[in-house]
Design a binder for this molecule. Structure first.
Ligand code: EPZ
Length: 422
């Protein structure tokens, strides 16, 4: 297992290009299971989770070629409708095979994802939706098996108990080939879902209400779906991570290949924290270093609220503020794994339920710390940039799941980070 050695007190400057979005790439890759036609996807980031998804698609009968940030997907005749435990256990998003495979082949068997570091993360909302679409659900031996009861899934109205991102994506994909019209209500509105819907419409689906919490899908025949080339949206969480890196240890950083609109809540909170952010255009911003960071409390919420995937990074950011603040996590029940690690670096943090009290002006010192989940590890990297001395982060395979060459991108900005084999 690799680890990162970070020499602190870096002053970052220059420019960084943000990669394609992990959380848009994954559902869109799974959506290619709806059709046998050739699909070309561009701006796909080179990440562990992408590689895991490619392995799963190949296992299910796809031929996948990767050329740089482009992925070309075609169909073989070795179709499988089962996603094995060995692959699903590596990545919870593997449950997104259910919607497309069930809709296309009438049956699917997937190992249950199990919890992960940030919570139990059940799939009850997904399964309840599939039952409403006339599929039978059988849970046994750690697998979930679904079967279409009639000839095809039947369109209906489904109100989600919670705006779950994955459940929204899974049910949209299933409804694309269902008989009749499906209306999903109380859907998640994350931009990654818009990207999935735009991709699906581009291959011939009929989806409206994109960007709202009521999405209408008019079912089409498989033959209506066709080839396309599609460019994945930029990764708003990687962009947000680099924005904070610049604010705490930068002088001036040009952050390229972003979607300004997707970052509005983060930009407004960083403005409140005293950050200077210059909008060059819709796809490029400049973020300036900020000696006087003001304390700003946040609460994570489904989009367009403050993103839970930026919670760990923001918690670190507030340790550097000139004053105290609170961060409340409302989306996941256990997303404070970065707290004990930041405390080892000298951060003064107190957890009370799903809220962490943050004392500002923390002078952090380098330490040996451990990555526990993707975004927690990003927060530790940010902390390593500002500490006195050297920080060692172990288990950085968590980081590699969601950040493409993060140490290379940071070193190009002036950081001093080495990756070593543990
Ligand atoms: C997606 O996960 C993202 N992953 C997560 O990003 C992100 O944190 C999350 O959405 C929230 O924005 C991908 O897109 C691959 P949810 P997902 O279903 O779909 C509960 C990262 O760091 N829930 O919206 O799993 C669930 O337990 C990752 O990139 C149910 O109770 O998130 C959680 O508490 C981490 N039953 C809450 O809803 C269900 O059936 C939000 O989960 C489904 C979800």
């Amino acid at each position: 297992m690799d680890k990162l050695l970070i020499k602190g007190n870096s002053k970052l400057s220059g420019e960084v290009k943000i990669s394609g979005s992990k959380n848009a790439s994954l559902p869109i890759l799974f959506a290619t299971l709806l059709t046998d036609e050739k699909i070309i996807l561009q701006n796909i980031p080179n990440l562990r989770d992408i590689n895991t998804t490619v392995q799963l698609l190949e296992y299910l009968g796809k031929k996948v070629e990767k050329i740089g940030d482009e992925i070309i997907i075609t169909q073989t005749n070795q179709i499988k409708t089962e996603a094995p435990y060995e692959l699903v256990k590596q990545m919870r998003a593997s449950v997104l095979v259910i919607g497309p495979v069930l809709a296309k082949y009438g049956k699917v068997k997937v190992s249950l994802p199990g919890g992960c570091a940030i919570g139990s993360r059940p799939i009850d909302i997904h399964l309840c939706g599939f039952q409403k679409l006339c599929a039978s659900v059988d849970l046994s031996n750690g697998y979930v098996k679904l079967k279409v009861i009639g000839q095809k899934l039947c369109g209906t109205t489904i109100i989600l108990d919670y705006p779950s991102v994955g459940a929204t994506e899974n049910l949209i994909m299933a409804a694309v080939l269902a008989d009749g019209i499906t209306i999903l209500e109380n859907t998640a509105k994350e931009p990654e879902i818009d990207d999935l819907c735009n991709f699906l419409n581009k291959i011939g689906a009929k989806i409206s209400g994109i960007g709202t919490s009521i999405i209408k899908i008019v079912g089409v025949k498989v033959s209506a779906l066709h080839s396309t080339t599609y460019k994945i949206m930029p990764d708003r969480i990687e962009a947000g991570t680099f924005m904070i890196a610049s604010a705490v240890s930068g002088t001036e950083i040009l952050i390229k290949n972003i979607n300004y609109f997707h970052l509005d809540i983060l930009i407004s909170k960083m403005h409140l924290a005293g950050s200077k952010i210059e909008k060059i255009d819709g796809n490029n911003i400049k973020v300036f270093g900020n000696e006087n960071i003001k304390p700003v409390s946040v609460e994570t919420l489904p989009y367009p609220g403050f993103p839970t995937d930026m919670q760990a990074q923001w918690t670190f950011f507030m340790t550097q503020a000139k004053g105290n603040s609170l961060v409340t996590e409302t989306v996941f029940e256990n997303r404070f794994m970065h707290i004990p690690e930041l405390q080892r670096m000298g951060a003064k943090l107190t957890i009370k339920g799903n809220t962490v009290f943050i004392e500002g002006c923390s002078k952090l010192t380098g330490a040996q710390v451990m990555a526990t989940d993707l975004r927690a590890s990003a927060a530790l990297v940010l902390a390593g940039l500002v500490t006195e001395g050297e920080t060692q982060i172990s288990r950085i395979y968590h980081l590699d799941r969601g950040y493409e060459n993060i140490e290379k991108k940071l070193n190009n900005l002036g950081a001093n980070i080495k990756r070593i084999k543990e």
